[in-house]
Design a protein around this ligand. Structure first.
Ligand code: PLP
Length: 456
């Protein structure tokens, strides 16, 4: 076989890809028919594809490239670490400097007494760890019956068996099933499901479903509640302001562990280091991944509070871990990424460009005839496409693919936006400038216009 490089013609790369590469979350038939877009380079918020198109990445890859593409110092740190110690594990009472330094840095940045880190290779793995960790915690506390974890419909916590089960996406459950001991309550999606309630009333009503579920299962059987501060993959559902305080009250009242899945909202996305700070949540455990290394290396983890970590330690050995827990190269790169976020004041930059610059331009999209709602927190935003703004109706039947069509128009206009049903979402690299925001908004508007024209 010829060497496969960027220099091969796109069609040849696409044919090889369709023949041998099984893609995640992709319809393989579509791939064979149309071919995947081949991305070849990245710099800042910009991607280049194999046809030389300059694409603005409105999704930071998969919500992860927080510091932007093409950072030389991250490559240098990785190379140096590979030469010095490419791999060693953290099992059986061994450790190494990158894992020590990264855990200490995360403990410094995380709020409250979240001072301990269990490393994983991804967000899904970290959530699998969380299931085992909270069950182990209650075992040691002498309450082994406290096993159930409550999560939300349309939440996303990964696609391993544990992560996929915690998530509330039925198509994922349908492929491979769901583990036992996970229960779901409804999501706090006011625009889509709030009916006649005010946003505040709806936020309280949806949070109180947690209390109802706890009482139904029996408080002594519930180990934990898990939620994303802002549902990302579910469509950037920003909860009503009444929601999280009520969830916090209920967890406190029933002594239930609270897990904030910060895989997307961590490391600056909402304008604070963690989404929990933006929404006033006091979790016992945080799930992290993505922005931890800005996607330059695969790494995730669970940040654990003093009490849970102490209890698990009292129980002796926890029979759990991954070959790549605290991988030295990933840890060194993550540490350098945190240095960049901090020293370049990127979280302050998020606050500066998001409010009011992006906020004003994003909200203005609600004037478009296709758009019912345009919402944003920090640098994650969504718009809801609707045939009727007044009734907040959904597109029906054949038209139910409007989100997909709109995403295709974005692609054609060299803007990456994602669709979740008929919600369009953005989460660009956190280093996006006002000028680049103007490009993003202009391309989004053109794409909406083209999509709307295609419906008539
Ligand atoms: N949790 C949340 C909130 C996520 O958004 C994701 C991925 O999108 C995950 C967990 C899973 O992370 P990973 O894909 O790294 O396994």
């Amino acid at each position: 076989m010829n060497m496969i490089t960027n220099h091969l013609p796109t069609a040849e790369l696409q044919a090889l890809d369709a023949a041998h590469h099984m893609h995640p979350f992709t319809d393989a038939n579509g791939l064979a028919a149309k071919g995947a877009r081949v991305i070849t380079r990245g710099k800042g918020v910009w991607l280049t594809d194999s046809e030389g198109n300059q694409i603005i990445d409105g999704m930071a890859g998969l919500w992860c490239v927080n510091v932007g593409y093409g950072r030389k110092s991250l490559a240098e740190v990785a190379a140096r670490q590979m030469e010095e110690l490419a791999y060693y594990n953290t099992f059986f009472q061994t450790t190494h400097v990158p894992a020590i330094a990264l855990a200490a840095k995360i403990a410094e940045l995380a709020p409250g007494d979240l001072n301990h880190v269990f490393f994983a290779g991804s967000g899904s793995e970290a959530n699998d760890t969380n299931i085992r960790l909270v069950r182990r915690y209650w075992d040691i506390k002498g309450k082994p019956w406290r096993k159930t974890v409550i999560a939300r419909w349309n939440g996303y916590h990964g696609s391993t068996m544990g992560g996929g089960s915690l998530g509330g996406m039925k198509p994922i459950h349908a492929h491979g099933g769901k583990i036992e001991g996970i229960e779901h309550i409804d999501q706090p999606y006011w625009w889509g499901e709030g009916g006649d309630m005010t946003e505040d009333e709806f936020g309280l009503a949806r949070a109180r479903q947690l209390e109802e579920k706890i009482l139904q299962i029996g408080p002594d059987n519930v180990a934990a509640f898990i939620g994303e501060p802002v549902q990302g993959a579910g469509g950037v559902i920003i909860p009503p302001r009444t929601y999280w305080p009520e969830i916090q009250r209920i967890c406190d009242e029933y002594g239930i562990l609270l897990i904030a899945d910060e895989v997307i909202t961590g490391f600056g996305r909402t304008g604070n280091w963690f989404g929990s700070q933006t929404f006033g949540i006091r979790p016992h455990i945080m799930t992290i991944a993505k922005g931890l290394s800005s996607g330059y290396q695969p790494i995730g983890g669970s940040i654990v509070c003093d009490e849970v970590a102490r209890t698990v330690a009292e129980g002796g050995e926890f029979f759990h871990g991954y070959t790549y827990s605290g991988h030295p190269v990933a840890a060194a790169v993550a540490l350098e990424n945190l240095r960049i976020l901090q020293e370049e004041h990127i979280i302050e930059h998020v606050r500066d460009v998001a409010h009011p610059y992006l906020q004003e331009r994003w909200s203005a999209l609600a004037d478009h005839p296709l758009v019912g709602e345009a919402k944003l927190v920090g640098l994650m935003g969504s718009i809801a496409l609707t045939p009727n703004k007044a009734t907040r109706a959904k597109f029906a039947g054949e038209q139910g693919t409007v989100g997909f069509r709109c995403r295709e128009r974005c692609f054609a206009n060299n803007l990456i936006m994602r669709h979740v049903g008929d919600r369009m979402i953005i989460a660009p690299p956190l280093v996006i400038t006002p000028e680049e925001i103007d490009v993003l908004i202009a391309r989004a508007r053109t794409s909406l216009d083209e999509c709307y024209a295609g419906l008539k």
